[in-house]
Design a protein around this ligand. Sequence first.
Ligand SMILES: NC(=O)c1ccc[n+]([C@@H]2O[C@H](COP(=O)([O-])OP(=O)(O)OC[C@H]3O[C@@H](n4cnc5c(N)ncnc54)[C@H](OP(=O)(O)O)[C@@H]3O)[C@@H](O)[C@H]2O)c1
Length: 131
Amino acid sequence: MVINISSAAGDIPTPMMQIYSATKAFVKVFSACLNSECAGTGIEVQCIVPFIVATNMTISALNLGKPSLMYPGPDEYVTHALRTVGVRSMTHGYWLHSLQAFIIGCFPAWFVEKHGFSLLSLINSLKRTSL
Ligand SMILES: NC(=O)c1ccc[n+]([C@@H]2O[C@H](COP(=O)([O-])OP(=O)(O)OC[C@H]3O[C@@H](n4cnc5c(N)ncnc54)[C@H](OP(=O)(O)O)[C@@H]3O)[C@@H](O)[C@H]2O)c1
């Protein structure tokens, strides 16, 4: 089993993080291609596409504070994500991240390209006031 880690930043244009977003988009397509190539070999390639997880990378950069329902800590996130191994080849790995992706996916591609990051920030600010 190969598990590659992409990011929702690979789906949603992220200002000032062009290289990060582009490489994460690469990881998604690369993983999907490899998984197709490996069909029938017993090797599976899964791609995990998280939104925000409260790790060393994000806690200080985004001023997240403690892990929360929307921003699970690494242990919580991995516990959820591992349940998808062998079940989903591409997954957000955590139910609230799937919900965020669903909401963003309700908008047309041109809108997400133009306003996706603002929309994500809005969803996250709603979380700060309601969860
Ligand atoms: N956190 C998020 O919100 C989020 C969202 C989407 C995707 N992701 C992706 O998830 C993955 C893990 O990120 P994270 O949030 O868990 O970050 P993290 O807590 O900062 O952990 C990064 C890990 O990568 C290791 N590392 C860094 N540079 C390395 C190098 N040159 N060679 C070998 N190991 C190296 C670090 O090792 P040391 O501890 O030894 O420094 C650390 O274990 C990344 O690919 C990130 O893009 C994270």
